[in-house]
Design a protein around this ligand. Structure first.
Ligand code: HSE
Length: 311
């Protein structure tokens, strides 16, 4: 029994929704192939990248698969092969996508003993170990769409509507940012003014997604907690965000913990123009940048015919 699961990358936070809003982006993700073994434990046959740990106790896909085995009470083990489509330490939900694909592949190999909530809990164990306890990348990668994480303990997630035409621009500068380091930069506390502003923006984003009011979505994409703390660690970001807004982006911010910057656009054509403007801004700062654009991935994790394919 051998099968492969794919999980898409994602934008964590989506601006003001630090640790509570995330969206899956169509077009890139990670694949995990799993094969049932008669012996217990996880054998990580391919970690997916030379810079990723070969030790299953430190790799997000293996940790999530192990958590599935444990929750399912399985007396078997799994061999795993990881194929990374997402950048390492890129801010595109790579560790979450590996965890989700690992958990889904493991669950399917066992005959699907776990439901969505237990799968999410398994993935959270992995994400907690490698990147910190948050589910704003895991939930959209697993479920697809735009997701609000109301609570992680216990997991309680709400899928929000995706307005027609909404297109995501991801501008990935030639930098790496470890999630743990970016989380260390976050303030331990914020003033009441900031807390109130941030609550209002997240609420406005939810309202905008339900009503399809893209102008409101753009106005609400105003993060006063993570972005001010992390922008100084990300050379070129401020100019790239300015360029995105000048080129017609609804809003822009840091994708997850960075270094990828993201912008939201109202159409594919607008997204292409915004992406080009962000590349030019990074280039002016002497920083190479790769851009991709895509709609929100509405499917989330799924089984695919083989690694590298999307169906
Ligand atoms: N919500 C997380 C953070 C996402 O901002 O630290 C990490 O990708």
């Amino acid at each position: 029994m051998r099968l492969t699961a794919f999980a898409p990358g994602s934008v964590g936070n989506v601006g003001p929704g630090l640790d509570v809003l995330g969206l899956a982006v169509a077009g890139a993700g990670d694949w995990v192939t799993a094969e049932l073994l008669d012996v217990r434990g996880i054998e990580l046959r391919d970690p997916g990248h030379p810079d990723l740990p070969a030790d299953p106790a430190r790799h997000s896909a293996a940790l999530a698969a192990a958590a599935v085995l444990q929750r399912a009470g399985a007396h078997r083990g799994l061999a795993l092969w990881v194929l990374k489509g997402l950048p390492l330490s890129g801010g595109q939900g790579g560790s979450a996508a590996s965890a989700v694909a690992g958990a889904v592949a493991a669950n399917e190999c066992l005959g699907r003993p776990l439901g969505v909530r237990a799968l999410l809990e398994s993935c959270l164990e992995a994400e907690t170990a490698v990147a910190g306890r948050h589910a704003d990348n895991l939930a959209p990668s697993l479920l697809g769409g735009i997701v609000l994480v109301r609570s992680v303990d216990p997991p309680d997630v709400v899928t929000l509507p995706t307005p027609a035409g909404l297109t995501v621009v991801l501008a990935q500068p030639d930098q790496r940012m470890r999630t743990a380091d970016a989380r260390a930069a976050l303030p331990a506390s914020v003033t009441r003014d900031v807390a109130i502003h941030q609550m209002a923006q997240v609420a406005a984003m939810v309202a905008a997604l339900y009503s399809g009011d893209l102008a409101l979505l753009g106005r609400a994409l105003d993060d006063r907690i993570a972005e001010p703390a992390r922008a100084p660690l990300l050379p070129g970001f401020v100019a790239a965000k300015r360029a995105a807004l000048d080129a017609g982006a609804l809003g822009a911010s840091i994708s997850g913990s960075g270094p990828t910057a993201f912008a939201l656009a109202s159409s594919k054509g607008a997204a292409t123009r915004i992406g080009a403007a962000m590349v030019a801004a990074y280039a002016a700062a002497g920083i190479e940048c790769v851009v991709r654009t895509g709609p929100v991935d509405s499917v989330g994790a799924r089984l695919v015919a083989e690694p590298g394919t999307f169906e």
